[in-house]
Ligand binder design. Structure first.
Ligand SMILES: [Zn+2]
Length: 232
């Protein structure tokens, strides 16, 4: 299958589109103000939002669900989230998690970008389709869902061999939102920081050569390379 991976947004917050002949699967949905950048990115490859067959969320945090409710209500796009994050995506309060060491500059930069892209206008989802560990969704690219609790209970890795990629959400980051570090590391704001490395172990052995994170550049390597970079 011919499939193309589009990275939409920037190294502060990105969503990704998997573009195939059968349509588009969106992985995560950015910030609420990201409609325009999504439309522009799809137009650049001759598609538009009517080609989106589904949104698959790596987890339910507000900087990942951005335009999902708009796509659902205005364009009839189903939005998939792991059953354990369904409440979070629909506006139930998430447990507050410690963020770790902060540096003021990068923290302000994150919030400045987030504000400009509508972070205060969070639109929680009115309805979701739930998914579980092991599901393969009937969407372009046939995303395979691998439960990866840690950052949140319903965090998942999304494996899409058609674009040689595994999307790991905020389990790991290549641009720490709070201190600007670009080393690959575990993501901040984790509900259960001890559990994430255990979950990541399940990815070892997968052959895909791009690890796609929610914040920061794509890590060019396999899950085993990622684990090695994490010192595991
Ligand atoms: Zn995030």
């Amino acid at each position: 299958m011919n499939a193309e991976l589009l990275r939409i947004g920037d190294d502060i917050v990105a969503m990704h589109a998997v573009v195939t002949e059968e349509g588009v699967t969106l992985v995560d949905a950015g910030l609420p103000g990201d409609r325009r950048i999504l439309q522009r990115a799809l137009a650049a490859v001759g598609r538009d939002v009517s080609d989106i067959r589904g949104v698959v969320l790596t987890h339910g945090d507000s900087d990942h669900i951005g335009v999902a409710e708009w796509l659902r209500t205005a364009h009839g796009v189903p939005v998939y989230v792991h059953e354990d994050d369904a409440g979070r995506a629909q506006g139930e309060k998430a447990p507050s998690a410690p963020g770790g060491a902060k540096r003021l500059g990068p923290t302000l930069q994150f919030f400045a970008v987030a504000l400009r892209r509508g972070a205060l206008r969070t639109k929680h989802l009115g309805a979701v389709r739930t998914m579980r560990d092991g599901d393969v969704l009937d969407l372009p690219g046939a995303p395979e869902i691998l439960g990866m609790p840690g950052h949140s209970a319903g965090s998942v890795a999304i494996r899409i061999p058609a674009v040689d990629a595994i999307f790991v959400g905020d389990a790991v980051t290549t641009r720490h939102v709070l201190n600007g570090s670009t080393d690959l590391q575990l993501g901040p704001f984790s509900d259960d920081p001890e559990l994430t490395p255990v979950s990541l172990e399940h990815l070892r052995g997968l052959p895909e050569r791009r690890i796609v994170v929610g914040h920061g550049p794509i890590f060019p390597g396999t899950a085993a390379d990622m684990l090695a970079a994490l010192g595991r």
